[in-house]
Ligand binder design. Structure first.
Ligand code: CP
Length: 293
């Protein structure tokens, strides 16, 4: 029984094998697993939820879904007791998205059931980190020396927390840009090489850009003056699009005219739908790796 709660649980060897499996699934290889998978999504999701469901079913796992307000967590049951209940029911794996932080990363290691973190609060989203890494490896071949820029709400981003670890592991240079109110005061744990206040300067440095959504549902105070001013100061406008050297990415969902001009979301330089497609194969690879190896 193996789990993935944080990106830092993955070694270079794990990632090499996951990327090999990902490419084989993308190339049409079929492999199968048996058993039941619980999808416990206490926060909303489109791409993570459906791609995990498709990944499970493509591999032969039966899926059972519960969303917000649909479990006894509503009645005060702990998350740990919920996992033990699902284990007692014979589930092979629980894929969960929760509004709170799971820490430490081996918190539930002794429960004897495989767990996959599909996003915990502002903490981690390891499969998004993996699919972003695989998208970049597919496009660039190697990340060594590549300047990768995250723009937006770094403070609340679980995508950044998982992705930065994996990208640094592959020798990329990391930059961040956003309102200072939305940048963590200590960036040391993430290995950030450059912090930019001005996105136009940052775009001159970056080889590729990852835009992040403003996580307004997690805002505890007014971090920005307005969405309109944020878009003008940091968003991907038509003028800035010309400065994007290669491609831009976004984990989704995109807030049009806040993160990115609505007409540019699926433009030539956008890898957004490629990220979604590759997410399916990434999740198939992870499920197979955790449950079968
Ligand atoms: N990237 C991501 O986690 O998107 P969803 O919230 O739609 O799953």
């Amino acid at each position: 029984m193996r789990s993935l709660l944080c990106a830092s649980q993955l070694s270079q060897e794990d990632i090499r094998e996951l990327y090999r499996l990902y490419k084989s699934f993308k190339g049409g290889e079929r492999k199968s697993l048996e058993g039941n998978a619980a999808l416990l999504f206490l926060e909303s999701s489109t791409r993570t939820r459906f791609s995990f469901q498709l990944a499970c079913e493509s591999l032969g796992l039966r899926t059972y879904y519960a969303g917000r307000h649909e479990t006894s967590i509503e009645k005060g049951e702990s998350f740990k007791d919920t996992l033990l209940t699902l284990k007692a029911l014979g589930f092979k794996v629980v894929i969960f998205r929760v509004p709170f932080t799971i820490y430490p990363c081996n918190a539930y290691e002794d429960l004897g059931i495989s767990l996959i973190n599909a996003g915990d609060g502002s903490h981690e989203h390891p499969t998004q980190g993996l699919l972003d890494l695989f998208t970049l490896l597919d496009v660039f071949g190697t990340l060594e020396g590549l300047n990768i820029l995250y723009v937006g709400d770094i403070l609340h981003s679980r995508v950044f927390r998982s992705g930065s670890y994996l990208l640094k592991m592959h020798s990329a240079n990391l930059g961040v840009c956003g309102p200072r109110t939305l940048i963590p005061s200590d960036l040391t744990p993430f290995g950030v090489d450059r912090v930019f206040d001005h996105v136009d300067e940052a775009l001159e440095w970056a080889h590729v850009v990852i835009y992040l959504r403003l996580q307004e549902e997690r805002f505890k105070e007014n971090y920005i003056a307005s969405k309109e001013s944020y878009f003008l100061q940091f968003g991907l406008t038509k003028e800035r699009y010309q400065k994007v050297k290669t491609y831009f990415m976004h984990p989704g969902p995109v807030n049009a005219y806040v993160d990115i001009d609505g007409e540019l979301i699926h433009s030539e330089k956008s890898l957004i739908l490629q990220q979604v497609e590759k997410g399916l194969y990434t999740r198939m690879a992870l499920l197979y790796y955790l449950l079968e190896y």
